[in-house]
Design a protein around this ligand. Sequence first.
Ligand SMILES: Cc1cc2nc3c(=O)[nH]c(=O)nc-3n(C[C@H](O)[C@H](O)[C@H](O)COP(=O)(O)O)c2cc1C
Length: 430
Amino acid sequence: MELFDRITRERYNYPNQYSSVKFVDFMMTDFSDSVEFSLPKEAEPIGAVVRGIFGYTRYEPTNPYVFHKVVPSARNVHTNEAYLVCCGNICRYNCKTNSFEFVCYDGREADSFRLVVVAELWRIMKFYGEFGMVLPLLDAGHILAQLKMDLEQVDITRGRIRYGAKDAEEYERLGLSPQSQFISMEIDFSADIQLPHVPIVESSCWRAINYDKEVSSYEISRLFLPYEAGFAEMPLIFDNEALGPFVNSQDRESAHNFIGICSLVEQVSQTWILECAYRLCKNIQHYMNYAPEYKVYILYRTTEGERLLTIERGVASQPREWIIDRNRLLHDAQHMIDMESMPVVVYVSYHYDRSRSEKENIYRAHIGASEIIHYISLAGAERGFFTRPMRNFEDAYLESALKASLGERFMYSLIMGKSNTKNYVWRMPK
Ligand SMILES: Cc1cc2nc3c(=O)[nH]c(=O)nc-3n(C[C@H](O)[C@H](O)[C@H](O)COP(=O)(O)O)c2cc1C
């Protein structure tokens, strides 16, 4: 568990040590020559889902982070990019041009139809150094939750998910650099969606700027980046009982501002929390097969006082009275975030699974925790609350305050409330 702990509960001991001035585009790393690629019509429903999730949806000039997507992202740099493998032709969705661009052709992929989610690591490691390397996995969990819901809406329910790369050669086939990019996850549609023969395009495009040197300067890259086989594959959906969509995924927001955040509403109703918990349990059962490795802690305040409700294996506990010192929850940024005023604070922990490799545990811990946080965010957004996911918390305090068991690690959190500011929002046309 050494590496696992190094990038989770000991992350603050490994501060950023190296900062390059090499420019990294916060939206998309450009190709040297970009050529548009037209998806075959059979691939369009998936293309539309990709545009909806990886494309920009909101422009907020009064927010410190200006362009936004339906999914959140650490530092708003949206490290993950979407690649589609369409019968040998490999293309990438470009969120600046809202189009697919051609990458390369590889005959070994001639029978494949996959969505591959690829992280451009320097975009986030530039800010956070070592522990920035795993933040794309948290971003990926939000993407995965949204993908599962959106694909289900267009009746695509039988894809299979794999965390990480399919095999060691995949980086080469997709024109990626394993020194500064990693495959967060991929969804394989090959068994269910037949694409027609797509004409071969005989050219290739590569990133105009390469960040191998910057990422490789961190020891963690040698420990974490090498390909490891044997990660489990999972279905997109685990039962036949289709869930109603969250109507409000467009309204999810973290409500960043320049002055600091407090919540104007400090209490919520017990009935609403029970509804949220019921809904989250359904999501966990349906999309995550009861998610036995994770535990969800929902701390909330009603007119009666502070309460804690937990969810394990897709089942919610009875709410209990729970006293916690909210001023000790954050590692830093206390002056920007008034935790005392937040009516709801959620934590997701992960039980290390010794039957899996350390690296698979790292992938599962991050992606699964944020998938859960995404579902609960949408329930909050429906209520008109901001829902800000946060990696910033004081692990040691949480472990004692929430009476964590041995081997349980806190992965991710969420604060929810009524925002004290209102940013100007311009919704981008679809
Ligand atoms: C993995 C992850 C970690 C984050 N950690 C923090 C954090 O520690 N503190 C914070 O204030 N916001 C945090 N955020 C919120 C982002 O800053 C926010 O999602 C981003 O600016 C985009 O804004 P939006 O969510 O309103 O679209 C995090 C988001 C993600 C996805």
